[in-house]
Design a protein around this ligand. Structure first.
Ligand SMILES: *Cc1c(COP(=O)(O)O)cnc(C)c1O
Length: 238
């Protein structure tokens, strides 16, 4: 399927390559889902636009893509309010760690919070959502590799934490999210996350990035988070 809009025809070379990447990636998502007997409509491609500028995001929007992710609240605040005013149907996911002092801004700007990982954050999110009359679905991040430097609840604590979020704070736990340990087989982490979701009646799984999203789809991902594969390499951190 190739639908080229007028916006796309007028795009720069960089924009055209982003549009082309998105078309190719959507096709790969579709094929992988079909191959394993899943409904391709059950897999959302979340385009991770962190570090990339508004022009790159606009190129993706011009193709009709509407699901995006950012990992920092402040950076997102610089790029997204104007774009969201223009594209009301955008769904913006926060995929990075969230500090409690940024919760107010995050609840105001984002549509999905993907890195819920501690009781204090759950409490603050519930308070701000009530305050702003906004109910955002959340994903609980699970530290499947039990890495000390990584965010996320430990696997053995996930069940109790999900219950706490649901019962004590009334949050909608739509999914689980993980970032596999570098240099380990990602499939093991994806299967583990799926099992934790199954045990706790959590419907969605945010797992799989540019290098391993097809494996993630095979193992049940409902959201794949693709940065490099959509927008190209990110400049190295200063
Ligand atoms: C940057 C990032 C991604 C995208 O990574 P790529 O390898 O560039 O696809 C996905 N998830 C999170 C949480 C990220 O921070």
């Amino acid at each position: 399927m190739s639908v080229v809009s007028d916006d796309e025809k007028n795009m720069s070379a960089a924009g055209k390559s982003i549009a082309g990447n998105l078309h190719d990636l959507q096709a790969r998502v579709y094929k992988t889902a079909q191959r394993v007997g899943r409904d391709p409509m059950d897999v959302a491609l979340v385009a991770i636009s962190k570090v990339h500028g508004v022009d790159a995001i606009r190129a993706a929007l011009a193709t009709g893509h509407r699901i995006f992710g950012e990992n920092r609240v402040q950076e997102a605040q610089q790029k997204w309010p104007a774009l969201k005013a223009e594209y009301a149907d955008v769904a913006l996911h926060l995929v990075g760690p969230l500090q409690t002092n940024k919760v107010r801004d995050a609840v105001a700007l984002f549509d999905v919070i993907e890195a819920l990982d501690r009781p204090k954050l759950a409490a603050k999110l519930a308070e701000e959502m009530a305050e702003q009359s906004r109910s955002l679905p959340c994903f609980v991040q699970v530290n499947t590799g039990e890495e000390p430097q990584k965010a996320g609840v430990l696997p053995k604590e996930a069940g109790a934490f999900i219950k706490l979020c649901r019962l004590d704070y009334g949050l909608t736990i739509q999914g689980l999210m993980c970032i596999p340990t570098q240099d380990e087989e990602p499939a093991m982490h994806f299967a583990f996350l799926r099992e934790i979701a199954r045990r706790n009646d959590v419907p969605c799984l945010s797992m799989g990035m540019s290098a391993d999203f097809e494996t993630a789809i095979e193992l049940g991902a409902t959201h794949v988070r693709l940065g490099t594969a959509v927008f190209g390499p990110r400049p190295p951190k200063p």
